[in-house]
Write a protein that binds this ligand. Sequence first.
Ligand code: NA7
Length: 541
Amino acid sequence: MSDQHHDVVIVGGGLAGLYMLHRVRRLGLSVVLLEAGDGIGGVWHFNRYPGARCDVESVDYSYSFDPELDQEWHWTERYASQPEILSYIEHVADRHGLREDVRLNTRVEACTFDEDTGHWSVRTDGGDLTARFCVMATGALSVPRIPDVPGTDDFRGRLLHTASWPREPVDLAGKRVAVVGTGSSGTQIVPELAAVAEHVTVFQRTPNFTVPAQHRPMDPEYEREVKSSYPDRRTLTRTTASGLSMDTNRESAEDADPERRRAVYEEQWRTAGFGFILAFQDLLLTRAANDTAVDFIHGKIAEQVEDPATAALLQPTDHPFGTKRPCVASTFYATFNRDNVTLEDLRRAPIEAVTETGLRTCEAEHAFDVIVFATGFDAITGALDRIEIRGRGGETLREHWADGPGSYLGLAVAGFPNLLTIAGPGSPSVLSNVVVSIEQHVEWIAGLLEHMDATGAATFEAEQDAEDAWVAHVNALADATLYPVANSWYVRTDPTGEHRVFMPYPGGNRRYRRRCDEIAAGGYEGFVLRPARESLTPSGD
Ligand code: NA7
């Protein structure tokens, strides 16, 4: 085999790819990690907008596989900023000597399964290689979504996207800035821009629920407490539904009396950050329960925003709380009390075009020096869609997913032997603390590779029936909740609108992990494992 052949090729150098690399090396397999960017860190390498920080507490949004690092690492704030998360990832890579197997500035263009050899051919912009296994660690939120608005090339000012923010500082002092989008990125960047810009105009399409981060510098006492019980905390995050270090309150919002309900909401609002969503077990199950949270948050928005008309515009009414990812921010709502911040309603006046001097809505021309798209990502499948992945019979993954992204466990796709996805569609990914989900996937994949080695299997492949049943199961779980009510990026609809697939697994980490473990323990039910000889057999055997 040439030095361009490896046992495993990993695509993507973020939290998932780097941990996969670490585990594959421990198995003694040859491996290379390909990363398109000029640095490791995945989305945390690119997503550098002012105010970018994680919305899960950093003591939990971090690897658990290195208990000594847990004791040594010091997070300076409750929610680490992007630079701190990136330096953590870089530290882990150096500490475990991972960089020697990382190739930066290498974009994977195509992966093709060769049915004769049972190997993948990987075409990159820097040469070709082959591998037995391809692990796609390409990220669920990694490809920026640019709105399809005409005229972006005409703008004479500066056009930026939060998820591909320039590395050098952007001077916004005295500038007229537009921010399009009020998701997590929008709610974090708006207060930062308002503090320096001459004026910030926020273009909102859908108001989102924003809960308070209760962000603060790391309290030494709290840090000591976490570190003294870190193993237990890590065990807890592996067993909660959300991957957070707190579990859902088993009480029902619908059944609780108003006083009790208010007290629980107030306590969660004061302390829990994203965990506000865990206030009651039925928040995502019934409209009546959810409405109590909606009323509470509407009240909090009205308390924070002085102008009643602006407050009303910021109060979400078109989707139940939690059915689109809630935002976690500290001063977003209060920022609208500043004289230099205004809110524009894109539902009333959609953007028609970017012009030479700014933005034109159907109602008015707005002049700007800088336009910031805080419009999020081509979520969950975006990065995979951009690679030409061909499995058995030359079928592309895009073709296989024409009616919606099918995957068995979010890990493997029928017809694509020896291809694995980390946090793929059908796994908890974005509905969980994703680092916990990533570790679970990586460890499960490492177990599969070990099993194959021990049993002499050359290829594994998800069965089509298993994949179909899993997609149906995920959709059924979602249908039992309020999630499908919202028009969110959790759902992927085919161009005809006929097929809707709910992409992230909504049954919780605990249940998902148990199922994955059962499948492995049962000899990889739903997968076909073949010895080398049989890999030569064409599909349909
Ligand atoms: P999100 O949460 O997807 O938010 C994107 C925002 O941009 C949201 O308000 C969108 O409105 C808005 N958007 C998207 N496209 C358009 C167009 N074409 N016109 C106007 N407004 C638009 O992405 P974020 O980057 O904020 O957060 C992503 C994740 O990062 C988050 O879930 C956390 O996990 C961290 P819409 O709701 O679609 O009407």
